[in-house]
Structure formats: C-alpha cells, structure tokens
Write a protein that binds this ligand. Structure first.
Ligand code: HEC
Ligand code: HEC
Length: 280
C-alpha cells in the first residue's frame, strides 16, 4: 500500500477510505507527551515514597514511612500538647477553684461540649434546654440547687425524687382547689396545701425543698411543662413522681455518672452545667 500511497510525503498509515480520508500517524503534541511521562514518573515516585501496592495483607510501605494513622496521631499529639497543661491543673483543682480561673473555665467549657453531647444531650437536649420529661439546665431554676458542688453531686450520684400519689387522698374539689392555687402561683394561700401535707416537701413558702428535689410551686416555672399546664399539674398531684404502685406516676430519674465517667470529666461537666445555668 505504501508504495502506491496517493498522498506521498504525508505521514499516513496507508489506511485510506473514500479515496481521501486517511489515518495519519503524527506524534502527539509535546505538552501531551510531557504530561504522559510526568504522570508515569509521579506514579513510580509516589509508589517508592508512600504506601502503595496492596500485596498480601499490607500494602508496600514506602520509604518515607508515612501512614494515615501516624498522621492522625501526630495531630492528636499536637492537640494533647495544648491541652496537657490545662488538664494537669484541672486534676488538682475543685470545680469551684476552676471557676475562679477565667482561662481555665473557658477551656473547661470548650472541652466539655462533646462530653455533654455524648452523655447528657439525649435527655437534656443539645443546649441543655430540657423537655417535657427532663429539666431545663439553662435557667437559674434548680430542683436540687445550683451551686457547682450540688451539680457535681447530682452528676456523680444521680437523683431520684419521690412525690406521693394523691389520687386516693384528695376529693375532686380539693384537687381542683390545689391545681388552681398552683396555677396562680399561690399554693400557700390554699389551706389544703398545709392540711394535705404538701407543705412537708414543698415548704412553708411553697418554694420547694432542694434537699428533696421538690419543685418550686410559686414561680410558674414548670418541671413538667405541657400545652395544658393545669392538666399536667393535676396529673402530677394525682399520680405523684417515681411513686411505686401507681403505673401512671411520672418517671423522673437522673442516672448516676460517677462510675461511667472519670472524676475529672464529672468536674468539668459540673462547671459546664453551672455556666449554662449562669450559676445558682
Ligand atoms: C436518662 C436521661 C438523663 C440523662 C442521660 C442525664 N440526665 Fe440529668 N436529669 C434527668 C432527669 C429525669 C432529671 C430530673 C430528676 C428529678 O426530677 O428529680 C435530671 C436532673 C439533672 C440535674 C438537676 C437539675 C436541677 O434542677 O437540680 C442536673 C444538674 C443534671 N440532670 C445534669 C446532667 C448531666 C450533666 C448529664 C450528663 C452527664 C445528665 N444530666 C444526663 C435525666 C437525665
Ligand atoms: C414526699 C414529698 C412530696 C409531697 C408530700 C408532695 N410533693 Fe409535689 N413534688 C415533690 C417532688 C420531689 C417534686 C419534683 C419531682 C421531680 O421533678 O423529680 C414534686 C413536684 C410537684 C409538682 C410538679 C411541679 C411542676 O413544676 O411541674 C406539683 C404540681 C406538685 N408537686 C404538687 C404537689 C401538691 C399539690 C402536693 C400536696 C397535695 C404535693 N405536691 C405533695 C414532692 C412532694
């Protein structure tokens, strides 16, 4: 074919269709060849330097000795180096002493966010906003008290308060009188409050006794908030809280974290929660 190539002097392969459509055999452009060889060089260079061919269980290691986990650990070491001096101080201080040191408090709050998210948010919400079953931690209103020591005790040992069910103790009209007085925020003005023993747990002033975790009934800040708040108050009075023997009783158990978390983590969370609630 090449001998009777009708296009002599042209670098074609001799494949010709329809008399003049030819297959040429020109070399690729220079830039293309450079990229081609460069990519091969990169391929070989990379293979020599880094983990590469998956032969057997492990890939070839590469002469730099780089590994993903090594890179990760290096990053971790850097973070730990920054944290170490703070962590060492926290170990030796009480929660209250941490709060006296601004930079340590800032560090503690930042480093407790994840702990709170993992262990507390499922019940108390991501920001400590609480819910129908779980108390709000962002306000200044505390069932058990808002000193950092009390909060630390709550986290370490958990809490389980009890309120008696009154469904069988109160007549319907007595129940309604008590519900109304609480909805008005003036339970102590209702004689039944003292007569029926509410006073023993909720106190002479109706503001609750923190040693018992009994809610303040005068502030209209609800431990068990609901659309129909009067109904929720009625339900609590009828069925009580954690009251064995009444299947409709409210369950309110704060689990103990003393075994699950280290002392330092509990301390940090106490500082975190204290700051959420802006203190007592
Ligand atoms: C399983 C759900 C649950 C988890 C998880 C949980 N809590 Fe609680 N927490 C409760 C309940 C319920 C109460 C209310 C107890 C009561 O009403 O007597 C409570 C009460 C509290 C109180 C007392 C509030 C007050 O007004 O005195 C604090 C403080 C608290 N929780 C902090 C935490 C922290 C910090 C964590 C994470 C380490 C956490 N909780 C995890 C359910 C939970
Ligand atoms: C044995 C102690 C005890 C007695 C007696 C008691 N309470 Fe309580 N009450 C509590 C505790 C503790 C709580 C908070 C429960 C919790 O959140 O874990 C509570 C919660 C409540 C709540 C819910 C408040 C809210 O914010 O949602 C109401 C309402 C209430 N009590 C009314 C009464 C009335 C009315 C009486 C008297 C008929 C009474 N209680 C008697 C211990 C008691």
């Amino acid at each position: 074919m090449a001998d009777n190539n009708p296009f002599p002097g042209e670098n074609n392969t001799g494949h010709i269709w329809d008399d003049n459509i030819r297959e040429l055999s020109n070399p690729p452009p220079g830039w293309w060849m450079i990229s081609f060889w460069a990519s091969i060089a990169f391929f070989i260079g990379y293979g020599v330097l880094y983990p590469f061919l998956p032969i057997g269980e492990e890939p070839t290691k590469g002469i730099l000795g780089w590994t993903q986990i090594g890179e990760f650990n290096k990053g971790l070491d850097e973070v730990n180096a920054v944290r170490a001096p703070y962590e060492a101080k926290i170990k030796d201080l009480t929660a209250k002493q941490i709060l006296e040191d601004d930079s340590l408090t800032t560090y503690t709050i930042a480093s407790s966010k994840v702990l709170f998210g993992d262990f507390c948010a499922p019940c108390h919400g991501g920001g400590g906003q609480g819910g129908p079953e779980y108390p709000v931690l962002v306000d200044d209103n505390w069932l058990y008290g808002g000193t950092v020591e009390t909060i630390e005790q709550t986290i370490t040992n958990g809490r389980k308060a009890t309120m008696t069910a009154h469904a069988n103790i109160l007549k319907p009209e007595e129940m309604e009188a008590l519900v109304k007085s609480i909805m008005d925020g003036k339970p102590t003005e209702e004689p039944l409050y003292a007569a029926k023993g509410c006073i023993a747990c909720h106190g002479a002033d109706g503001k609750g006794l923190q040693v018992l975790g009994a809610a303040n009934l005068t502030d209209k800040i609800w431990r068990f908030p609901a659309q129909d708040q009067a109904e929720s108050v009625r339900h609590t009075i009828m069925h009580g809280v954690n009251f064995a023997g009444d299947p409709k009783t409210r369950e309110a158990i704060m689990p103990a974290f003393g075994e699950r978390l280290s002392k330092d983590d509990v301390k940090k969370l106490a500082v975190y929660v204290y700051k959420l609630g802006a203190g007592q």
